[in-house]
Design a protein around this ligand. Structure first.
Ligand code: MIG
Length: 767
């Protein structure tokens, strides 16, 4: 076997990229790139390429949250260390606007471990390519890796991590909007994690050849750091990973409500009508989202003088109806000599330039546009400050889109079959990393995350007493510190309803708790049945938003028949009634890094049968969601783990540890409650503005039960300074008891009740 030498490699990359960055060779998408790759690698699968590594490396270990972690950093010849990480809490490059984010430094001790778990080995096989190899025993399963268009177990295919936005999510579509290079391996009931911290393109091949082996190919001329977490329980592994990469703050309570969006409501009149419709029909809702058409010809930080002439007034009128407003902000800044953002950014040299020093222009909604270099602290500060525009107009939250960044009419900027990293001048543009200038592809996976970071830090500085709400499409490891995520342009297809479950499970296991997909589907036309069934799942998405593309048929909750509207109302109402429970789930994330939607193995690790299931999920410990995911289906088989499970909407409890055939009508909440749970329900409200004064009932399932009730102001950061209340709830011998755990928040008075088997009584919580 002949190993490709550096010279021929350069020729290959020259062939691929010599046409200039605007015409980079593009695949006829969707291409089965595996086929393409086989041609390029034929004869190479068997034997590893030669190791040309001549740089430096270190290895050390520590314990993070009780989990053993081995860290390896490597860098090529000529460099002095691996690049500064943007994923880690500790290192997060340069100064912060608000500190308090930085956890205590870990202490690492030098070690050269003989052998890493799964016999993990690494090498460098060309000046721009690193390889990692590890064993993947037949029985092992793989999870995590962020946003993957895949069932729960990621084995058996290749996963490319190179942020890319394409709206056709067909089954063989590979690189998605986000890249989170954290893989979880379940082996013999224990969990191991591999986190390869590099924002350059990675390709994880998870035993495609069925040879019990896996590999990662990283295309980079810089170094990297790899963390190997070994032999933990799944919750401990997440605690450790999120101790390194950070956790989400508690979201503002309003952001946990129901969001309504549309690309785009054309003008202020329509937006106000939609809002009024929610109130008139009594379908709870908290947020109206404004997509790109609220802007003045897609210029970011402006509003349309024709369609939203009194923007501040419109926002205020929505707020008078107890709505919040979230506006979209894209990274592309219109090239327009009369536009202040363009001029100001140009004056300060904030936009990315090509390798020859000339400005980089890319086509997005406003036409030719320039792109801020969000890796730079000064650029982030500038971008942060621009959000003063939204604050002045009363806008509540920001939605970051197109931040891979995505250029219109362009395919993936690095062809899928490329096995070399092109030279800087073929990497779209140059960015300024802490180590100096680098080609964009070296750091591409950071672009969206650093934009959302700028946004988050801007909102936090501009409105210090409020928890920011930022939603992003693109992201990298650690994105949970700055933003909630949605999974981009799905379709109004049953297949995309079904796949949302494993996709969100893997996003959650990648450290990002606040996630969802467009309810009803983004592209194509939704049907009445699909919309109702989608709401039945969506009410359990941590981020719960109905959103739809320009071309799609209307899919507001009332778009179809009264029957469908009634079903949806029931689901949305139930979502709102569960708010105290949902808030506690985010508390749990803050404390332990746990996701909000969890695979069944989270709580039933010994249950081998449960480890395969990805059409059901746990919504916290007490609720098992078992949705109907197929057209025309009214019955499905449900696997209940050990114990007794109560149908959510009432009825006879079922015994766990086996399969059941269960029927779910269009308006049934497809879920079960664990026997032994106490779940706080708030009385029906239409908006979270009514939350804090509304009575709460602790609903009890079973003869012996426990639960948790947490309260805080739902908006400020006081909870970080002890400004919250917490009770442990118990039900024993027909008696309800509450034990105060913490009291630091003076809450407005409200009434509390418990309810058990039809008996409802008022209670007062212990002080
Ligand atoms: O090129 O802003 O994924 O949610 O509605 C499409 C318009 C740009 C893509 C987002 C979608 C949004 C749309 N955007």
């Amino acid at each position: 076997m002949k190993v490709r030498g550096i010279a021929s490699v350069c020729r290959l990359s020259h062939d691929l990229f010599c046409v200039g960055e605007c015409q980079l060779k593009q695949l006829e998408s969707p291409t089965d790139w595996l086929e393409a790759r086989k041609i390029k690698t034929r004869g190479r699968e068997e034997k590893r390429p030669e190791n040309v590594f001549a740089g430096g490396w270190t290895s050390d270990t520590t314990e993070v949250q009780g989990v053993h972690v081995t860290r390896i950093s490597a860098w090529p010849r000529g460099a002095e260390a691996a690049p500064v990480s943007f994923a880690l809490l500790e290192d997060t490059a340069t100064a912060q606007l608000g500190d308090g984010d930085v956890e205590e430094s870990l202490s690492w001790s030098k070690s050269v471990e003989e052998k890493l778990p799964f016999n993990l080995e690494w090498q460098q096989s060309s000046e721009c390519r690193w390889n990692f190899y590890f064993n993947l025993p037949a029985e092992a399963k793989c999870f995590g890796l962020g946003e993957r268009l895949s069932g729960f177990n990621l084995r058996g295919r290749v996963h490319t991590l190179f942020n890319y936005g394409d709206s056709t999510h067909v089954p063989n579509f590979d690189p998605m909007y986000k890249s989170i290079p954290f893989l979880i391996i379940r082996h013999q009931g224990r969990y191991h994690g591999v986190f390869l911290d590099s924002p350059a393109r990675q390709r994880w091949s998870l035993d495609v050849e069925l040879a019990e082996s896996a590999s990662v190919e990283l295309l980079s001329r810089r170094g990297w750091t790899l963390y190997m977490f070994s032999n933990a329980s799944l919750p401990d592994l997440l605690a450790a990973y999120t101790a390194l990469t950070g956790r989400s703050k508690l979201p503002p309570t309003w952001s946990l409500g129901h969001h309504q969006s549309r690309w785009s409501y054309p003008d202020d009149k329509t937006v106000l009508e939609v809002a009024q419709e929610f109130r008139a029909r009594k379908i709870p809702c908290d947020v109206i989202t404004l997509d790109i058409d609220y802007m003045d010809e897609y210029r970011v930080f402006t509003t349309s003088p024709e369609r939203f002439p009194n923007f501040r007034d419109t926002v205020a009128r929505l707020q008078d109806m107890n709505f919040r407003v979230v506006t979209i902000v894209d990274p592309g800044v219109k090239k327009d000599a009369k536009y202040f953002v363009y001029n100001d950014g140009r004056k300060h040299d904030y936009f990315c330039k090509k390798a020859d020093g000339k400005p980089f222009y890319g086509k997005v909604w406003p036409g030719q546009s320039v792109f801020p270099d969000f890796l730079r602290q000064d650029v982030r500060l500038w971008w942060a400050a621009l959000h003063g525009f939204f604050i002045e107009n009363g806008v509540n939250g920001i939605w970051n889109d197109m931040n891979e960044p995505c250029l219109l009419g362009q395919g993936c900027p690095l062809p899928l079959e490329a096995i070399e990293l092109p030279k800087e001048h073929h990497q779209l543009f140059i960015q300024h990393s802490p180590e100096g200038d680098v080609g964009h592809f070296e750091v591409r996976n950071l672009y969206g995350a650093q934009m959302s970071r700028a946004t988050y830090e801007g909102l936090r500085a501009l409105r210090p007493d409020e928890r920011p709400f930022v939603l992003t499409r693109s992201g990298y490891a650690g994105i949970q510190r700055y933003a909630a995520v949605w999974l981009g342009d799905n379709m109004s297809w049953w297949e995309h309803l079904a796949i949302s479950v494993p996709m969100l499970l893997n996003v959650g296991l990648s450290g990002v708790p606040f996630c969802g997909v467009d309810v009803g589907g983004f592209g194509d036309d939704c049907s009445p049945e699909l919309l109702a069934r989608w709401y039945a799942v969506g009410m359990f998405y941590p981020f719960f938003r109905n959103h739809c593309s320009k071309a799609g048929a209307e899919q507001e909750p009332w778009a179809f028949s009264p029957r469908v509207e009634d079903a949806i109302r029931h689901f949305v109402e139930t979502r709102y009634r569960l708010l105290p429970y949902i808030r506690a789930l985010f508390w749990e994330h803050v404390r332990t890094g746990a996701p909000v939607v969890r695979p069944m193995i989270w709580d039933y690790p010994e249950d081998h049968f449960a480890s395969e299931i990805d059409d059901q999920f746990l919504f916290g410990r007490d609720i098992l969601v078992t949705p109907v995911l197929k057209r025309g289906q009214t019955e499905r088989s449900v696997y209940l783990p050990e114990g007794l499970w109560h149908p959510f909407d009432g009825g006879k409890a079922l015994e766990g540890g086996r399969l059941h055939k269960v029927s779910f009508q269009l308006d049934d909440v497809p879920a079960f409650v664990r026997d032994g749970a106490i779940i706080p329900f708030v009385d029906q409200i239409q908006s979270t503005d009514e939350y804090e004064l509304t009575p709460i009932t602790f609903r009890i399932w079973g003869d012996k039960a426990i639960g948790l009730y947490l309260d805080d102001d739902g908006i400020s950061f006081e909870y970080e300074e002890d400004g919250y209340n917490e009770w442990l709830l118990r039900w024993e011998n027909g008696e309800f008891k509450s034990d105060l755990v913490n009291f630091g928040y003076i809450a407005p008075q409200r009434e509390y009740y418990f309810e058990h088997a039809g008996r409802k009584e008022r209670v007062s919580l212990s002080r």
